[in-house]
Design a protein around this ligand. Sequence first.
Ligand code: SAH
Length: 279
Amino acid sequence: MVKQLAARLGLPSLEPGWVWLAGAGPGDPGLASLHTIHAIADADVILCDALVSRELLKLSRPDAMIVNAGKRGGKPSSSQTAISAQLVSHARKGMRVLRLKGGDPFVFGRGAEEALSLVKAGIPFRIVPGVTAGIGGLAYAGIPATHRDTNQAVTFITGTSVNGHAPALDWPAIAKGSPTIVLYMARRHAREIAANLVAAGRSPHEPAAIVSNASLENQVTTITELARLGDLAPDADAPAILVIGENVRLASGLDWLGALSGRLLNPDPLGRDPLSETA
Ligand code: SAH
């Protein structure tokens, strides 16, 4: 079926000796792109990140080799060099190699590092972007990454840098210049990050949200304020995406998933329409 679709659309196939580095999206298998699904169906070997939906692998060939090559904060994981070496050696054997990553491979996903090791080894490759948690995951909580009335810019930050610490950023510049801040891998250092932002002038009462397991059946959204983020985030289920900014207010109007289970949506979530009945 996917092959028919791909053929009708003239899409490329994962060829022997090639590596595709593909995003699987934040969790809901329906968010994987056609390129990604096409590659899953064709691959001889799939090296899979910890956060990739296992459901998607049902679409792989019965004889495909599935390798768990995941990085997951704090838990044992294959070393990055070992993963890159595997990609190269499988491709050199003439296999069709799919490297499946959660979200988008080029967003805090080490996709660029792996791709550069392929360049170094002279292996042909393709990048298949995916729906990233910081945009698509928030959308599943009814939080738009941008809205012209709340934020005309958004900053994506990793909450954990290479050495495991909170990132050493220019917080005053971020606090001043970025109305909306989206934090990946930030549960552990949420307290420190929130304190930095407040010290740099952000209001402790600014809306903030934590979305755990975004787009999965066990998705949980906690709407709070910046001052409470440090208390709540460390105990939230992983993976969790954090967002700080006025755009979080839109969730009361746009939580479409909540509406499916009976939540009433507020048509004027920013409280700006004097004619709105439910504001
Ligand atoms: N490449 C991925 C990000 C990998 S870093 C992407 O583009 O989404 C891993 C971090 O992504 C997690 O710590 C968490 O902050 C976020 N994340 C990934 N999947 C998520 C999900 N389903 N729900 C909430 N956060 C998620």
